[in-house]
Design a protein around this ligand. Structure first.
Ligand SMILES: C[S@@+](CC[C@H](N)C(=O)[O-])C[C@H]1O[C@@H](n2cnc3c(N)ncnc32)[C@H](O)[C@@H]1O
Length: 317
């Protein structure tokens, strides 16, 4: 089996997968109150952030069951502004093709009947969904290991004048156990010449301080080896790409590529329970991993994902 597709609600479909059968999960669930995928049972349409968080945590508890004990979950989440998230007060015609493609058409964005004030929220408030989910997952037993900032070089244009333009989303790295598979070298980044110079300067200083009885051997040893790469940083600069598919909320392939390289070995199984157009599955196949994808939308599963993966496997991807 190279890949397996399951159509239906993530929570229900996950129950069909055996315990400890997946090494790594890379996923981008629907964000709260942002987009209507037009399917009954879809996540993201809950009337409160709390309800959304509970539902997502329940789905991810099934994800935890199917993960191997040393497995990881890489969870991409964006936030919502009260009163503006669903419309952003912006005309679609002001967006570039890429931004339009990733945001969806205005028809796909509808206002939810939410009583924000009853929730203690005011119009214009940032809801703080990503961290609410991260804390709830930690509470549910996950190891919250890293908040990664996905910095978009070409963010959606916003007509706001009283706050900075939103140019980032979160990717949380969560582990099922305290010790987990993480291939640091596979995702190491090149060292900039300035950083090496800084390290050499630091080394000289450290040697000097070592003479004074304050040895700092770690840095000295590291710089002595004249490294060409360094540990991957927690800010990933990745631009939005225009989606060629009839799916508007795709993430760039670079995101699952990095997560899968760090979280798996060739032959391992990668899962995306909110697979959409199948970007995670495609990245997995390209890296010689097996892939499992779930989506509630029939069209995404039977047409978009299947076609995309088959095209790649037949050498046309
Ligand atoms: C943000 S998109 C994922 C996009 C994907 N990362 C890609 O690059 O194509 C979220 C997906 O979750 C799906 N979805 C929504 N509610 C779901 C549910 N309850 N169970 C499974 N899938 C669901 C939607 O149909 C949508 O395709």
């Amino acid at each position: 089996m190279k890949y397996r597709l399951l159509q239906g609600d993530a929570y229900e479909q996950l129950r069909k997968l055996p315990d400890r059968s997946v090494q790594c999960v890379v996923t981008s669930p629907p964000y709260w109150a942002l987009r209507d995928y037009g399917v009954k049972g879809q996540l993201g349409q809950e009337s409160t952030p709390g309800e959304y968080v509970s539902k997502l945590v329940a789905v991810l508890s099934e994800v935890k069951r199917v993960l191997k004990d040393d497995g990881t979950l890489w969870l991409n989440l964006g936030d919502t502004y009260i009163g503006s998230a669903q419309s952003c007060g912006q005309k679609i015609s002001t967006l570039s093709k890429t931004q339009r493609g990733n945001r969806g058409s205005l028809h796909s964005i509808k206002k939810l009947p939410v009583n924000y004030r009853a929730l203690g929220l005011k119009p214009k408030d940032l809801v703080g969904i990503p961290w609410s989910v991260a804390f709830a997952l930690r509470q549910a037993g996950w190891y919250l290991r890293s908040d990664i900032i996905w910095y978009k070089t070409n963010p959606m244009v916003e007509s706001v004048t009283d706050r900075p333009t939103k140019a980032h989303e979160y990717i949380f790295l969560l582990a099922k156990s305290r010790k987990y598979y993480y291939d640091q070298k596979a995702i190491a980044e090149p060292i900039k010449p300035e950083s090496l110079q800084r390290a050499r300067r630091a080394m000289t200083l450290h040697r000097y301080s070592a003479l004074q009885g304050h040895p700092q051997r770690g840095t000295a040893k590291w710089a002595d080896k004249k490294p060409t790469t360094r540990n991957r940083r927690s800010v990933w600069i990745i631009s939005l790409k225009h989606s060629r598919f009839e799916h508007y909320a795709t993430f760039p392939e670079d995101i699952p590529m990095i997560c899968i390289k760090a979280g798996t070995k060739p032959g391992d199984t990668v899962l995306d329970p909110f697979a959409g157009s199948g970007t995670t599955l495609l990245a997995a196949l390209k890296l010689k991993r097996k892939a499992v994808g779930i989506d509630i939308n029939k069209k995404y599963v039977r047409q978009i994902m299947k076609t995309r993966l088959e095209k790649y496997l037949r050498g046309f991807g």
